[in-house]
Design a protein around this ligand. Structure first.
Ligand code: HEM
Ligand SMILES: *[C@@H]1O[C@H](CO)[C@@H](O)[C@H](O)[C@H]1NC(C)=O
Ligand SMILES: *[C@@H]1O[C@H](CO)[C@@H](O)[C@H](O)[C@H]1NC(C)=O
Length: 502
């Protein structure tokens, strides 16, 4: 019988290719592994359930297979850690977020210094010493920057005004105080710098828009392909680097000169660039192009971790507030009282007195409703859990946040309902991590920026609630947008209307 390759129809090729991938990719699970949830379609595995029915799927698996269990997504076995196991994962050094990030969020390709683990350590130390420890000194400046943003973005609403949040989720509003803290009062006046900060992460994540289809072959293939344009010289964030460098140069030069002339009389401005100038490793005597690159990279790493997260959560908190008229008077009353007490000039004591607002914010963060955090953990060497189950080196472990945040022991029989004063009644401030509150992670790697983030959101909401009535267009609670396991703020817009001053 005559036989040629051309006579094998296309569908047969697809079948053969699929079968070959299947043979290569067939997940091998060793003996003591967590139970593998059965699936029907080879290769695809649980991918569709995980993407389109995440919460029900994970909850159902948890009910049937306990904690932890394995699923098969994008050609990889993932271990899903629920309430019990997640606590162990966050406390154990064998699990690394940094390693997992490099596949799913390859920022190190454009910010090369991230390839060195010391950079992350330095970032964390800088945030702790230069921001968290100095928060009271920054309060007045953060407040001023918020007022500038509010006047620009929302302004006079004698007639109710619909503010569209979908395009930026108030990232510009958050970029301004962050810029003030990072690069100081002078540079942060520059609108281009504020815009560079606000847009940086969005522009970077534009390369992540490609779904990880190629991960079916191997996650590294996906990472290689999405970063291909970068290697050909396309750099979505190059323009932001240039903007920041141009603005930093004269200011840093002037500071060095002043320091030389004034000696001990030099009064160091309070901001992160000054902190770095005085650092043994990040300090300098001359401002070279290399130095500017190094500092810009460092600053933009802080921008990436701080602005998108904070702006998305202030947006959600405003929607949560706008959709619940029953809370308006109570929370407004607290803000008016504090505003009178401080004469409109908040200090950190006044922020600490916003206990209802803090509790409300904690609840908004708890019910944010992402099924798993954006950044998973990777198991760095074969690990045996306390329950005796073992997972191999390289395994990705995802936290089932629902199992932690909607825990019935902690939050009662209706854990998904909004409990605005839970934090107040139980003395859990919004910035404190807790065994049933993982929005900032847990353990020694918990988010070091959480005090700053909560501070910013409280200042911003305080000012907004004082000045405006805030409603949703429908008058009801707006739904969040879910894409796969991740949640983002609603997109309906918010209606602002001036409050009468009293
Ligand atoms: C509402 C806003 C924020 C949320 C929800 C958030 C959430 C998180 C989470 C979940 C982690 C991982 C923690 C873990 O795995 O245990 C993290 C890490 C981190 N966050 Fe935040 N964050 C926010 C704001 C910020 C801000 C404003 C900064 C900087 C000023 C920041 C800097 C960092 C850094 C540097 C890490 C890495 C810590 C480490 O690996 O040890 N975050 N954040
Ligand atoms: C704001 O949130 C919406 C979804 O709610 C999302 O589509 C959009 O990309 C977000 N914008 C930014 C800048 O993060
Ligand atoms: C809720 O969380 C606590 C602490 O992690 C845990 O001991 C308890 O078993 C959890 N309750 C449920 C119903 O999962």
């Amino acid at each position: 019988m005559y036989f040629s390759f051309e006579t094998i129809p296309a569908f047969a090729w697809v079948f053969i290719a699929t079968f070959v991938i299947y043979l290569i990719k067939k997940p091998r699970i060793s003996k003591n592994e967590p139970p593998m949830v059965p699936y029907k379609i080879p290769i695809i595995g649980h991918t569709l359930d995980y993407l389109f029915n995440t919460q029900n799927f994970l909850a159902e698996c948890g009910r049937q297979y306990g904690d932890p269990f394995n699923i098969y997504v994008y050609g990889q076995v993932n271990t899903i850690a629920g309430n019990e196991i997640a606590h162990e994962v966050y406390r154990t050094d064998t699990f690394s977020k940094a390693s997992a990030t490099q596949d799913s969020f390859p920022l190190h390709r454009v910010l090369k210094s991230l390839e060195r683990p010391e950079t992350t350590e330095k970032i964390i130390k800088t945030i702790r010493q230069g921001i968290s420890a100095k928060l009271p000194l920054y309060t007045e400046r953060i407040q001023k920057q918020f007022m500038i943003s509010i006047n620009k973005k929302i302004g006079d609403c004698s007639n109710p005004k619909l503010i569209i949040t979908a395009n930026d989720n108030f990232s510009n509003m958050i970029a301004r105080p962050v810029a003030d803290v990072l690069v100081g009062q002078e540079i942060s006046k520059n609108e281009d710098v504020v815009k560079a900060f606000a847009d940086f992460t969005k522009d970077f994540t534009s390369i992540l828009a490609i779904p990880p289809i190629l991960s079916f072959i191997h996650p590294k293939v996906h990472t290689q392909v999405i970063t291909l344009p970068l290697r050909f010289g396309w750099n979505p964030i190059g323009k932001h680097m240039i903007t920041l460098k141009e603005n930093l140069k004269p200011v840093l030069e002037k500071r060095l000169k002043d320091k030389e002339i004034l000696g001990d009389k030099y009064e160091p401005p309070l901001d992160i660039i000054e902190y770095l100038l005085n650092d043994p490793e990040y300090g300098t005597k001359v401002i070279t192009d290399d130095y500017l690159n190094k500092i810009c990279e460092f600053l933009f790493i802080i921008v990436v971790v701080s602005i998108l997260t904070t702006s998305r959560h202030i947006t959600c908190a405003l929607y949560d507030f706008a959709g619940r008229p029953e809370l308006w008077d109570d929370i407004y009353e607290e803000q008016v009282r504090i505003d009178k007490e401080c004469n409109g000039e908040l200090s950190s004591q006044h922020i600490n007195k916003m206990v209802k607002l803090d509790s409300f914010l904690r609840e908004s963060l708890r019910t944010f409703d992402s099924s798993t955090p954006i950044i998973p953990h990777r198991c760095m060497e074969s690990y045996t859990f306390k329950n005796g189950m073992t997972i191999p080196k390289g395994r990705i472990v995802k936290t089932n946040l629902m199992d932690i945040h909607y825990n019935t022991t902690a939050y009662g029989p209706e854990p998904r309902s909004f409990l605005p004063y839970y934090g107040l009644e139980n003395k859990f401030p919004a910035s404190r991590t807790d065994k049933n509150y993982f929005i900032f992670g847990a353990g020694k790697h918990a988010c070091p920026g959480r005090f700053f983030a909560v501070n910013e959101i409280k200042i911003g909401m305080h000012k907004l609630i004082l000045n405006y009535h805030i409603k949703t267009p429908s008058g009801k609670i707006e739904k969040k947008i879910h894409s796969g396991p991740l949640a983002s703020p609603p997109v309906a817009g918010l209606i602002f209307e001036n409050r009468k001053k009293h």
